[in-house]
Design a protein around this ligand. Sequence first.
Ligand code: ZN
Length: 107
Amino acid sequence: MASRVRHDDMVQVIRGRDKGKRGKVQRVDLKDSMVHVEGVNIVKRHLKAGAQGANSQGGIIAQEKPMGLWSVMLVCPNCDKPTRVGYQVLADGTKSRVCKRCDQTIS
Ligand SMILES: [Zn+2]
């Protein structure tokens, strides 16, 4: 099944702590229905000095956590609003995505 959201799409978070934030899709994991969005859902972890991956003083690392596809909405590049996506079959048989707000094709 084709995904509503693809790599490099702009999406807006519609649920949770980061609601309202926008970011670019870095990766979509269809198997788990998860999406990695740049700069969204950052989890900070405190590392103790000497822990694996930490420098000698320890510290904080920020990590982007994947979030559910259901927590984001595609931002239409034409009308710049989070929108539902429809599909349209073109004359040559290819499927294209359509913004339900402005009816413009989304590449
Ligand atoms: Zn639109």
